[in-house]
Design a protein. Structure first.
Length: 336
């Protein structure tokens, strides 16, 4: 990490808003703009919760719980929320339900958080409709996965992103959900109007770095792999934060990792990451049912219901087993 980069990082701890107002920014290698966002993206850096979509007992979007989850995240220092993504079951919601989540989160945040609306759909027309709704509601960015099932050819992906990115004036965040980036080919996505960054859920950080160094404009890259957040931040000229599932459950851990990395204390950040990874393994890999990820929210005091089909609901016996193991783990803190 070069001297200019360390200077920027230390300044970031004092407040990214001050950096934006003073115009301070560091230069990364090969003359590309710094990945740690200055200027227009200074206030985007940080930790984002990939928000669970909570349901009532009759399987409707639970607006009161959305509001509570937003408040919980903000009280633990997250920068914002990624709405109706994979964790938020976006493709299992109707378009009206997704708009409902956008509206509720915006109402709850009251300008205190950055809201990124995931609008990816099987049908690109539906994604365009959601992007426009997100802009009208007051979300800050829109984002989308590549085409689902249909439209897998490179030109189809390009046109999918093109239509969404041109639907509004909001910055567009590509969601590279499959962990694959082709630096030479993916450059063209960033020539589209409003494409300003990428959520990358994978571990080939070097390829992301190679992509970023080929770009001729300021961009915003975030890591989507909870268990590799420190590793992503170690690529100091690339990632400016994270978006993830466990940020719902233990947001303070990820905020602490972010702050320690900003202070260039990667040894301490790695220690916090190690504890967070115990929670990641427990919540995401110990139990066979996806719905038990939401059991973690119930355990800490925010009953979000089940995941929708085709995911199977968990039983009360399975929840009791979850609680007993969570008690023994000792990392998930109850907030009821």
């Amino acid at each position: 990490m070069n001297t200019d980069r360390r200077t920027f990082i230390k300044a970031s701890v004092a407040g990214v808003a001050a950096i934006a107002s003073s115009g301070a920014a560091s230069a990364s290698v090969q003359g590309a703009p710094s990945a740690a966002p200055g200027g227009a993206f200074a206030d985007m850096a940080g930790v984002y919760t990939a928000l669970f979509t909570p349901y009532t007992a009759d399987n409707r979007v639970n607006e009161e719980m959305v509001e509570r989850l937003v408040e919980y995240g903000l009280s633990n220092g997250v920068r914002g929320f990624y709405l109706t993504g994979g964790t938020g079951e976006g493709l299992l919601l109707s378009k009206e339900e997704r708009k409902q989540v956008y509206r509720t989160a915006a109402r709850a945040a009251r300008g205190r958080a950055k809201l990124i609306a995931h609008v990816g759909c099987v049908n690109t027309d539906d994604a365009v409709e959601l992007a426009r709704a997100a802009a009208d509601i007051g979300c800050d960015w829109v984002s989308s996965i590549p085409p689902v099932y249909y439209g897998q050819k490179p030109d189809d992906v390009f046109n999918h992103y093109r239509r969404i990115s041109e639907a509004t004036d909001l910055p567009f965040l590509i969601y590279a959900a499959n962990g694959v980036v082709n630096p030479e080919k993916d450059v063209r996505f960033f020539k589209l109007r409003n494409v300003k960054g990428m959520k990358y859920t994978g571990t080939t950080f070097y390829d992301v770095q190679r992509l970023r160094r080929r770009l001729d404009k300021e961009t915003f890259f975030v890591s989507g792999s909870d268990q590799h957040f420190v590793g992503a931040l170690a690529f100091g000229d690339v990632f400016s934060g994270s978006i993830g599932t466990l940020q719902n459950v233990i947001p303070a851990h990820f905020v602490k990792i972010w702050k320690l990395a900003l202070a260039n204390d990667f040894r301490a950040a790695a220690q916090v990451q190690a504890e967070a990874n115990r929670a990641v393994e427990f919540v995401c890999h110990t139990f066979p049912k996806q719905s038990l990820r939401k059991a973690a929210m119930r355990y800490i005091g925010f009953d979000c219901g089940m995941f929708r089909p085709p995911h199977e609901p968990y039983t009360e016996a399975e929840y009791a087993d979850f609680c007993a193991k969570a008690d023994k783990l000792g990392i998930l803190k109850k907030n009821a």
